[in-house]
Design a protein around this ligand. Structure first.
Ligand code: NAP
Length: 495
């Protein structure tokens, strides 16, 4: 199945990939494997090199060994494209040294001065880094210069604005690629294709036929190594502000007039601007905030969030959020969107569930009782696929109606043999396609919606924080959000 992005046919230009944070977790787990896959698929131009930077001193050979460690069956040819220099992002003289070495490498590799700066480094460094890139002259180059920047993009709207102003002094908006790695997931890119390339959904994709929409992004892992960051940000900022609101935007957006980057982003930002802003007690009614306590996940006892290394034992940071959201426009007026995300939940799953309204008159009520509603499920991970639940007559019994799952997934042969999100996104950044990155106005609109909620959470502290056992699906109160609307969270087949 094709994705909205037709970039697969475009050849990536020659480029120097300048990676800040080259020894970090993200670089090792995601970026090197993604670059290697692109290399193996010949999606990288033969004239490319990866230039890693971090503070610790290392020569090229040691760096190549570090890169090789993160790859399956590493190829010596690929590793020869990798170079390293020790650099402290706060020290201007290190950038000047970098500039000198880069000019030599660019001349020998023939990368035409195209520079992709990838910031895989703690967010506190983003602003000084951009400033030093300018001061050292690194952004003055004969080819393109692009900035790929990891999340989080700010802590709230004012800090995001400040960061954006700093970046815009160095790069144009069209040169800034803000990563939301959910947008690199094949099934997230598929939302638009499912909606806009199939005539059966679009006519009923509105408040006349849809009863409610659920977006779930649950994780079974805890905070792992990232407690310092997480305890400051919490689930609302870490997941809802970016990934969940982006998925809501893609489900709710109008069809763009053209399949062009800005036309698509224009439609998404309209949705984000139409989110009903909540305040005060409205927030208490529409959101559930939870934190995990001890419990069992996958048969193992897991400690409470407050017992995790690096977490304040009195922390009131939420590790779970559920929210009822309204998109106040013609298409979706009065349709509740329920989003939820959390750590240490029963299972890792990301999916979108579109629940359609009941048939106007149930002919089968006497024999079968209540009919299950039709549901379209877009499973983003794991087992990515599309499921459509329909009511059908069961064999044998004359009028027994039961829901069946019409499943389209890789197991049924149609197959989405998806590349990793970072593979798609790195490739898009190299070819200059920013469709699957967030534009500044999308980020600003998301923070504008989040800020009053984050403020309320902070004011309330422990008051209203619901504790849930690790291994559950979150606080029970989250069920009430839906049952008030006559709905319930989709937990797989109800048959
Ligand atoms: P990390 O493991 O802590 O790595 C940080 C990197 O930055 C290391 O290479 C470190 O190497 C380098 N560094 C630290 N201070 C530096 C300085 N002053 N000058 C130059 N280099 C410096 O972080 P990470 O988990 O990879 O995360 C990187 C970015 O990706 C962050 O913005 C994070 O929010 C984002 N992100 C990460 C994940 C993930 O799964 N890890 C997911 C989503 C987003 P030295 O100590 O040798 O300098």
């Amino acid at each position: 199945m094709e994705s909205l992005n037709t970039s697969a046919q475009i050849n990536a230009p020659q480029a120097a990939i300048l990676l800040f944070g080259a020894t970090g977790d993200l670089a090792r787990r995601k970026l090197y494997p993604a670059l290697y896959q692109l290399y193996r698929q010949k999606k990288l131009h033969p004239s490319f090199f990866v230039f890693g930077m971090a503070r610790r001193p290392m020569d090229d050979e040691t760096y190549r060994a570090l890169v090789a460690e993160s790859l399956e069956n590493p190829d010596e040819q690929f590793l020869r494209h990798c170079y390293y220099q020790s650099l402290d992002v706060e020290r201007l003289e290190d950038y000047e040294r970098l500039q000198r070495r880069l000019l030599d490498l660019e001349a020998s590799a023939g990368t035409a001065g195209n520079r992709l700066f990838y910031l895989s480094i703690a967010p506190d460094h983003f602003e000084p880094l951009a400033h030093h890139l300018k001061e050292s002259g690194l952004v003055e180059t004969a080819g393109f210069r692009r900035l790929v920047i990891e999340k989080p993009f700010g802590y709230d709207l004012p800090s995001a604005e400040k960061l954006n102003r700093a970046l815009c002094q160095v790069f144009q908006e069209s040169e800034i690629f803000r990563i939301d790695h959910y947008l690199g997931k094949t099934m997230v890119q598929n939302i638009e294709v499912i909606r806009f390339a199939n005539s059966i959904f679009e006519p009923i994709w509105n408040n006349r036929y849809i009863a409610g929409i659920q977006v779930t992004a649950s994780e079974s892992i805890g905070v792992e190594e990232r407690a310092g960051y997480y305890d400051r940000f919490g689930a609302l900022r870490d997941m809802v502000q970016n990934h969940l609101l982006q998925m809501v935007a893609m489900v709710a957006m109008e069809p763009p007039s053209r399949l062009e980057t800005e036309a698509i982003r224009d439609e998404k930002v309209k949705v984000l601007n139409a989110l009903r802003v909540l305040s005060g007690a409205e927030i208490d009614h529409a959101l559930v905030r939870g934190q995990y306590v001890r419990g069992i996940v996958d048969g193992e006892i897991r400690r409470a969030y407050r017992e995790e290394d690096g977490v304040d034992p009195r922390s009131t940071t939420e590790t779970y959020v559920a929210a009822k959201i309204y998109v106040d426009n013609f298409r979706f007026a009065h349709v509740p969107f329920f989003v939820r995300t959390g750590k240490r939940l029963r299972q890792k799953i990301t999916e979108i569930v579109v629940q359609f309204k009941d048939v106007p008159w149930n002919l089968y009520v006497k024999k079968s009782g209540r009919l299950e509603p039709n549901r379209l499920i877009i499973r983003i991970q794991p087992d990515e696929g599309i499921h459509l639940w329909l009511n059908t007559k069961q064999g044998g019994d004359r009028l027994r109606i039961a829901p069946v799952d019409m499943e389209v997934s890789r197991f049924t042969g149609i197959g989405f043999n998806s590349p990793e999100a970072y593979e798609l996104l790195l490739y898009d950044a190299l070819i200059g396609d920013s469709t699957n990155f967030t534009r500044w106005d999308e980020v600003a609109a998301s923070w504008a919606w989040i800020d009053p909620i984050a403020k309320r959470f902070k004011e309330k502290g422990e008051d209203g924080l619901k504790f849930y056992p690790a291994g559950s699906m979150g606080p029970e109160l989250a069920d009430l959000l839906l049952s008030k609307e006559g709905l319930h969270w989709w937990e797989g087949t109800q048959a």
